[in-house]
Design a protein around this ligand. Structure first.
Ligand code: ADP
Ligand code: MG
Length: 376
């Protein structure tokens, strides 16, 4: 159903916000560290009109079940377990921050694959936040919108995510990866024009999601906090890469040692990636991606057989480097490859999956796309 058919008039405007893949810097965001996502061409699109009567009407063209009607002054955290909690949470978070959002009619549809580690949830939140920001003249910048969206997901939906996904969706720029400091939320656009260098970044969605994920995330988070506490730093971000051997010598728990080694070394990999991209050398980051995967697999213990197979098959098939991206235990991987080898590498991964008896992966190229914007 169209916006007009549902709500009886044309929308005041239309907005789009992308999903993302993270190039490098995984499980670093909640350690006050560094990440480097880029926006996908896939977006959540919202058509929105204001209301003045406190009514919030939500509709997703991608979900059965029709319009969800709520009242803005009755939104309660953690009470709504449906998809509607994501946009409703944004309205709640805006109102909690003192913004006078008095209702809205919202029509959503999205091309971001859901549950594939590509942040379909952040896209939904950010597009809602940006639309309401524009319509209600709230004057929030992309970082502030990301924090509102994160608050919606953390406190209203109840998912303890860091700020990377929402910042990527809100702040990315076309042709660039986003260098984000998760401590002060400062951002810098770093050139990432793959086509100009004859390169391609493939996203491989393994189409598996192992149940282990949720508890494992909380366990890694607690383990990292424990490491920071023992080392006497506010967050693992404060352990310089050069101090890593000394730091590891002070940690006895093998799990915590692994987590610390991963986080400190991945922050370093982000820095090395930024330096190479600033020097115009995208190709040079290939081995850093693969090192990052090894670290996630062996030190943080968040990979799985399917993700390991993507990386192994891609690299054996001629890729420049590959790693899992996002939270792990399934979801997606990224593969950096010469354009001329892209099809062969995709075939190698697909055949490896068939050989292992896995469901065929979904493979598509990621171009560094624009962040959230008004489109009509
Ligand atoms: P990811 O963000 O990695 O895709 P999540 O589990 O965080 O995975 O978010 C997926 C959830 O977001 C879906 O289960 C659904 O509730 C919501 N969602 C995403 N896209 C849409 C959409 N187009 N319409 C309605 N809900 C959506
Ligand atoms: Mg999500």
């Amino acid at each position: 159903m169209s916006f007009e058919e549902l709500y009886g008039a044309a929308p005041e405007g239309t907005w789009a916000a992308p999903g993302r893949v993270n190039l490098i810097g995984e499980y670093t965001d909640f350690n006050d560290g560094f990440v480097m996502p880029l926006a996908l061409p896939h977006t959540a699109v919202a058509q929105v009109s204001r209301r003045t009567d406190g009514v919030l009407r939500l509709y997703s063209a991608d979900i059965e079940g029709g319009v969800v009607q709520l009242r803005t002054d009755e939104l309660e955290p953690l009470t709504n377990t449906s998809w509607a909690a994501y946009p409703a949470g944004v309205v709640w978070a805006l109102r909690e921050a003192g913004h006078p959002v008095t209702g809205a009619d919202i029509h959503l549809n999205s091309t971001v694959p859901t549950g594939a580690g590509l942040s379909s949830s952040a896209a939904l939140e950010v597009v809602t936040a940006l639309a309401l920001n524009d319509l209600y003249g709230l004057g929030l910048d992309c970082n502030q919108l990301a924090l509102i969206a994160q608050r919606a997901e953390n406190d209203f939906v109840g998912v303890p995510c860091g700020v990377m996904d929402q910042t990527a969706s809100a702040c990315c720029a076309e042709g660039h990866a986003l260098h984000l400091d998760c401590r002060d939320h400062s951002i810098r656009q770093v050139p990432f024009d793959l086509a100009a260098q004859g390169l391609r970044l493939l996203v491989v969605d393994t189409r598996v999601k192992h149940a282990l994920g949720d508890g494992a995330y909380a366990e890694r988070r607690a383990g990292c906090e424990e490491g920071a506490r023992i080392l006497g730093v506010p967050a693992l971000r404060d352990v310089a890469y050069e101090q890593l051997p000394d730091a590891l010598a002070r940690l006895t728990d093998p799990k915590v040692r692994g987590y610390v080694r991963h986080v400190v070394s991945d922050n370093h990999r982000v820095a090395r990636t930024v330096a190479l991209l600033d020097a115009g050398d995208i190709r040079g980051i290939g081995p850093i991606l693969t090192d990052g995967h090894t670290s996630l697999r062996d030190d943080l213990l968040v990979s799985c057989e399917e993700l390991d197979l993507v990386v192994a098959a891609a690299n054996a098939g001629g890729a420049l480097g590959a790693r899992m991206t996002g939270g792990g235990f399934g979801g997606s991987a990224v593969v950096l490859v010469d354009e001329v080898h892209a099809d062969a590498v995709a075939k190698a991964v697909t055949e490896a999956f068939a050989g292992a008896g896995y469901t065929a992966p979904r493979i598509f190229p990621a171009t560094a796309s624009a962040g959230a914007r008004r489109v009509a």
